[in-house]
Design a binder for this molecule. Structure first.
Ligand code: MG
Length: 250
């Protein structure tokens, strides 16, 4: 069942979304050669605490980090630790916070001195796919219109969309209905209604779509070990537009 949020609940989603966005962007600024993903995680904990929130990820099914930090061929769910960021890396930072009972979920992929044009294109295509997906998240459309817009953007660019992991509804829980695949034919699935809140998150691979989960039980890598990019916003479906709840501050 897809939970429709009331106006008051949407306000609380806006508050948690704002915090998640701020933490994401502070972490992105801190992402540089020589920094470990564990240091980013410590910084995230500090920022989240200071905002009066808590990490939605820490302890989720036993996840040990405050954030997910996924480098290069890691698609999502990278565990922060001793890994040191290097020039040429692409670093997906995924931030989920709970504030006053509501979750904000967002991710960005930071390019650390990346010069490879195809890698830059990969990240831009993921961002563009997210924008195009969000543009479809309006009342009256069907859920798979979002999915289709994402897939089309990625496929046209010659990259592939991960199929084993998907976006999701978000609210009091991090994962609510519906699941939001990043692929599919348009015009299918539930009709979108004002007050639905969705975490839309394309995962885009340079090579094959297939992924695998490493023995730590979390880290998802591309099967061919080529790079991947991941970006995410929490949005609210509205009449005529989608409101991005995890937008960067101006
Ligand atoms: Mg998510």
């Amino acid at each position: 069942m897809i939970i429709i949020k009331t106006a008051e609940e949407l306000d609380r989603m806006r508050a948690s979304g704002r915090i998640a966005a701020r933490v994401r962007d502070e972490l992105a600024r801190r992402t540089a050669p020589g920094v470990t993903t564990g240091e980013l995680d410590d910084y995230a904990r500090e920022l989240i605490e200071k905002a009066g929130a808590r990490s939605a990820f820490l302890g989720y099914r036993g996840f040990p980090g405050n954030i997910c930090a996924s480098l290069n061929n890691v698609v999502v769910h990278g565990i922060p630790g001793s890994q040191r960021i290097q020039i040429g890396d692409v670093v997906s930072l995924d931030v989920g916070v709970v504030f006053e009972g509501f979750v904000g979920d967002t991710a960005t992929t930071v390019m650390v001195g990346v010069t490879d044009p195809n890698l830059i294109r990969l990240v831009r295509v993921a961002e563009h796919a997210l924008e195009n997906g969000i543009r479809q998240a309006v009342a009256g459309n069907r859920l798979s219109d979002v999915s289709h817009a994402i897939e089309q953007t990625v496929v046209e660019a010659g990259f592939s969309v991960v199929r084993d992991f998907v976006g999701h509804g978000v609210g009091r829980s991090m994962h609510e209905d519906p699941q939001i695949p990043n692929y599919g034919l348009p015009g299918r699935g539930p009709k979108l209604k004002p007050g639905m809140t969705l975490a839309i998150e394309p995962m885009v691979n340079m090579g094959v779509a297939e992924v695998e989960v490493l023995s730590d039980g979390w880290t998802v890598t591309t099967r061919d070990r080529r790079p991947s990019a991941h970006v995410e916003h929490t949005v609210a479906v509205m009449d005529g537009h989608a409101e991005i709840l995890t937008k960067a501050e101006d």
